[in-house]
Design a protein around this ligand. Sequence first.
Ligand code: GLV
Ligand code: GLV
Length: 325
Amino acid sequence: AAWRVVVTRRVAPEAMQILRDAAPALDLDVWDSEDPMPRDQLLARLSVGADALYCMLTDKIDAAVLDAGGDRLKMVSTMSVGYNHIDTSECKRRGVVLGNTPDVLTETTADTTVGLVLAACRRFKEATASVADGTWGTWKPNGMCGPDVYGATVGVIGLGRIGAAVARRLRAFSCKILYTGRAPKPEFEEVLDAKFVRLEELLAEADIVIPLCPLNESTKGMFDKSKFRAMKKTAVFINAARGELVNQEDLCEALTEGEIFAAGLDVTTPEPLPTDSPLIKCPNCFILPHIGSASKGTRTAMATLAAKNLVASYKGEELPSEVKL
Ligand code: GLV
Ligand code: GLV
């Protein structure tokens, strides 16, 4: 029988077309909005009976949501590479298949990450503010100076697809690449001239620290007071992965007390930050609203890959990208 599918957001028409072209035709229940489907709507629409869920990283897919879907729910397709918003052990226990969208967003996210590096090192936040409020005055020999990106030692925590793409770009800035993670990645060491080191060594030596690891129980809150203290006072911290990797109070203190020089963030906890958040007030904390993958082409590619994962599952075929649970 044709699957009934709940889609939690308006997505690219190309992706909707893939869902509509599935035969026999899928029965689509689409939350046709730029804004998230409220949780009570998600629960209600799954309770009516759904075979699959097409969701975003803003939807929390926990046991209650999976319960609402019940035995009929067979598949969750998220339009994101990260899946920390999904309770994977509950999916596994219920035999719910999970699809995500790696690879298609790697290069765009790496571009954004390098943008954060440049913005934080070259003090774009303070600089643009001084232009807007007239405090710039004039060119000053020591005005708005920050550390060089060129030739810096960069420490990547989690040299996966995105980490390697960032490192590849920074090699063009003559950066030296250190990395750490669960295991050395010999396939990257040669092309990136990257050196595997212990986290302690990375934090002590890196001028720019960039975690690009998934959020899970072992990485949650990993960047706390002790880690910021272990960095150079001139260090720049970048986060384009997940806000929950960071203890934000500790980051704010490190930025205010001069434990590190600056930060560039594409992700925070929560998203959005309240506008009176101390982090927003930090002149040396440059913050973007989770736009790492936000190019038109890449968002369309993510939306279509999520649709292809869903349709493959519907047809009983191998998913283009299945999360192994
Ligand atoms: C973005 O953060 C993603 O996980 O796709
Ligand atoms: C993370 O998902 C990566 O691709 O590096």
